[in-house]
Design a binder for this molecule. Structure first.
Ligand SMILES: Nc1ncnc2c1ncn2[C@@H]1O[C@H](COP(=O)(O)OP(=O)(O)O)[C@@H](O)[C@H]1O
Ligand SMILES: [Mg+2]
Length: 366
């Protein structure tokens, strides 16, 4: 590719729409801009359009409207073999009749890379995943994790500038998944490649990515670094999709200087950050993370509003305690506390008061 500058957007979606049947849009007005070297994850429920976006980027599907650019050039004008894109899928997709070495040689042969060069690249690729001893085996003689390591190296061996991965760890057990998550991010950073990664697993998205695009129904609901996505969700969908959340329904009573007073349906008043609510009288869903709820009044701001709560259930989880409360008419309000030596273990039936810092409570769309 001609453009090798690092500052310009490397991958760009501009107002992209996609319809398979000419009637309904499965991708709606999608805009996205990625710099070189970024690890970006598309996260969202099944059917939200993630794979479709990846396929359009790879060139296996065409956009119905809009433009997709790679290194500043519209993707339609770049022949597939010159796109420099590596791909990894969930089901390994290794060639079963070829050995590991032959699988890795394939993308190099397609690109007319000479034999000695090829052997050196294959050797290095196998070394990166500690699999040099497996060069002569066939895929059926490998475990799932080993197959996926080879699939990964097959996508990397020709040194692509961009690698697309569609739920590559979905078929593996939890422990292996976590090991490979770590290996993939390390490899990506070591090689300086740009990655678009697709998953429906939010933990995977949060731990691996520079930025995460949360998909819902063909749209990106929020695109942000993991900490921002978790701590500052911009709407109810993102707040509920990422991590655990307490939600309370109410109505905006007042908005002044970046603070909203919300009257909960049970009648109590609380302070919240108005995120995507603008008017007095508007319905809102407020959201508070379980670990940001405070039971110790001394740690709240002077004059902070509190709510009465009744302990319904105490669950000992080892590192943390999970306590379920009845608050403002709901029975599923959860708080998480660290298992510290001085941390109280609450018994059901106990009446307590809870509060939080106003900035941890977000007034979102109802
Ligand atoms: N080849 C296809 N033909 C028709 N509809 C498709 C095709 N591929 C995907 N879809 C539809 O497009 C929507 C988005 O699918 P997809 O991009 O696979 O979502 P995700 O990867 O987020 O699960 C779904 O409603 C799906 O049924
Ligand atoms: Mg998919």
């Amino acid at each position: 590719m001609a453009n090798t500058s690092t500052d310009a957007a490397f991958v760009e979606f501009e107002r992209v729409q996609k319809s398979y049947d000419g009637v309904s849009l499965v991708v709606k007005d999608l805009n996205l801009s990625m710099p070189r070297g970024e690890f970006l994850t598309m996260l969202g429920p099944s059917g939200s359009g993630k794979t479709t976006c990846l396929m359009m980027l790879a060139g296996f599907e065409t956009a119905t409207h809009g433009d997709i650019r790679l290194g500043g050039t519209s993707i339609n004008n770049i022949p597939p073999h010159k796109r420099g894109i590596g791909m990894v899928f969930q089901n390994y997709a290794l060639f079963p009749h070829m050995t590991v070495a032959e699988n890795l040689a394939f993308p190099l042969e397609v690109r007319k890379i000479g034999k000695s060069d090829r052997e050196e690249k294959i050797h290095r690729a196998l070394g990166m995943v500690q699999m040099n001893d497996f060069a002569g085996r066939r895929p059926t003689q490998l475990s799932g994790g080993q197959q996926q390591r080879i699939a990964l190296e097959r996508a990397l061996v020709f040194e692509p500038e961009l690698v697309l991965m569609d739920e590559p760890l979905g078929a593996l057990d939890k422990q292996l998944r976590e090991t490979l998550q770590f290996e993939i991010t390390n490899l990506a950073h070591e090689l300086g490649i740009t990655v678009v990664y697709v998953t429906h697993d939010q933990t995977e998205a949060l731990t691996m990515s520079d930025r995460v695009a949360v998909f819902e129904n063909g749209r990106i609901q929020q695109l942000a670094p993991p900490d921002q996505l978790y701590e500052k969700p911009e709407n109810s969908f993102v707040a509920q999709f990422i991590g655990e959340n307490n939600t309370l329904m109410g109505e905006i009573k007042e908005i002044t200087n970046g603070t909203a007073v919300v009257q909960l349906d049970g009648g109590d008043l609380i302070d919240a950050v108005p995120v995507n609510v603008t008017e007095v009288g508007e319905r809102t869903r407020v959201s508070i993370r379980p670990e940001r709820v405070e039971m110790n009044k001394e740690r709240l701001m002077p004059g902070a509003r509190t709510l009465k709560a009744e302990v319904l259930e105490f669950i000992y989880m080892g590192d943390i305690f999970r306590t379920r409360l009845r608050v403002a008419g709901t029975d599923d309000f959860v708080i998480k506390t660290r298992n510290a030596p001085d941390q109280e273990r609450l018994t059901p039936g106990t009446q307590i008061e809870i509060g939080w810092l106003p900035e941890d409570c977000r007034a979102l769309d109802a």
